[in-house]
Write a protein that binds this ligand. Structure first.
Ligand code: NAD
Ligand code: LMR
Length: 330
């Protein structure tokens, strides 16, 4: 086992997602069995007692990969020297709300946290935003951390990516392992676009294999895009274990790399690829090598896909204007 622990910050650590996420990280699911981790857990002051209880449970697991746990309510202390920051802490939406409705309530969390990361995080910090509205919260954190390279900020669209794989596999009656090259484009919202034209099933075009435009348009896309709302409706609370699992998938692939021949969906700072305005945090197909992501280039974007990507990107531009109006970005 290596001797230097990787320092992983998790915010909202006493919340629903935290309750799944922390145990997976501590057990080695993020960096494997040979890499010790140190957990740095941030909560608001009233939730610290609950968090102490969660830490008691983590201690009781005696995880061999867990080197240390520190908790606190001051981001400048908790983020000190962290290599990975998983920003989960934010209010979840309730029934009937869209994720964008949380902008005003949650946007304010990410400006001070971006500033704190800028001040005290390790030089190699990688920041993943799960708290909603994830893309625009990532934009806020990135804009408030001018010394951290922009490519080190990302938002979670891996849950949507995993949902799309699962729905497609169920439709075709194949194992999820047969589905590759899935892409979620745009925003983690109801406008997101899960793309079957570039996805593959057993190496063949998914759209051609499905051969059912009606299903693709009127069942597949809305089921994936509105899955979060369906879970809130069914559970009375927003997705938690699946969100934690996707956060692990995202951070692990960012740290350790994506499989040869495949890619994953990550919301990252646009360089203008596929007509997405530069600087927006939008979901793209990406490959990762040595901790650096690259947007997959040269994919076909047909008229159907173009219209949907444009609609989701327009929503991201509107969210950017809204947080600019709130004074959260310059
Ligand atoms: P939750 O309410 O159970 O937990 C949120 C926690 O964040 C609470 O313990 C709260 O005290 C804490 N918190 C609030 N402000 C904080 C701050 N400034 N610093 C640190 N901690 C703070 O919510 P949850 O179900 O764990 O969901 C968390 C967020 O993740 C929500 O915004 C939810 O919508 C979002 N989410 C995103 C995805 C995705 O795919 N991107 C999936 C599921 C949930
Ligand atoms: C999800 O996709 O499950 C989360 O973003 C929670 C939500 O509000 O939908």
């Amino acid at each position: 086992m290596s001797t230097t622990p990787v320092k992983v910050a998790v915010t909202g650590a006493a919340g629903q997602i935290g309750y799944s996420l922390l145990f997976r990280i501590a057990s080695g699911a993020l960096f494997g069995p040979d890499t010790p981790v140190e957990l740095r857990l941030l909560e608001i002051t009233p939730a610290l007692k609950t968090l102490e209880g969660v830490v008691m449970e983590i201690d009781d697991c005696a995880f061999p990969t867990l080197a240390k746990v520190e908790i606190g309510d001051d981001p400048n202390t908790v983020f000190d020297g962290v290599n990975h920051a998983l920003l989960v802490g934010a209010r979840p939406r309730g029934p009937g709300m869209e994720r964008g409705d949380l902008l005003e309530a949650n946007g304010g969390i990410f400006a001070p946290q971006g500033k704190a990361l800028n001040e005290v995080a390790a030089d190699d910090v990688h920041v993943t935003i799960t708290g909603n509205p994830a893309n625009t919260n990532a934009l806020i954190a990135m804009s408030n951390a001018p010394d951290i390279p922009r490519e080190r900020f990302s938002a979670l669209t891996r849950l949507d990516h995993n949902r799309a794989i699962s729905q497609l596999a169920a439709k075709l009656g194949v194992p999820v392992t047969e589905i590759t090259n899935m892409t979620i484009w745009g925003n983690h919202s109801a406008t997101q676009y899960p793309d079957l034209f570039n996805a593959k099933v057993s190496g063949k075009s998914a759209a051609e294999t499905v051969n059912d435009q009606e299903w693709l348009e009127n069942t597949f896309i809305p089921t994936v895009a509105k899955r979060g709302a369906a879970i809130i409706e069914a559970r009375g609370a927003s997705s938690a274990a699946s969100a934690a699992s996707a956060t692990i998938d995202h951070a692990r692939d960012w740290a350790l790399g994506t499989p040869e021949g495949d890619w994953v969906s990550m919301s990252v700072c646009s360089d203008g690829s596929y007509g997405v305005p530069e600087g927006l945090i939008s979901s793209f197909p990406v490959t990762v090598k040595d901790g650096r992501w690259e947007i997959v280039q040269g994919l076909e974007v047909n008229d159907f896909s173009r219209a949907r990507i444009d609609a989701s990107v327009k929503e991201l531009e509107e969210e950017r204007e809204a947080v600019r109006g709130l004074g959260l970005i310059g």
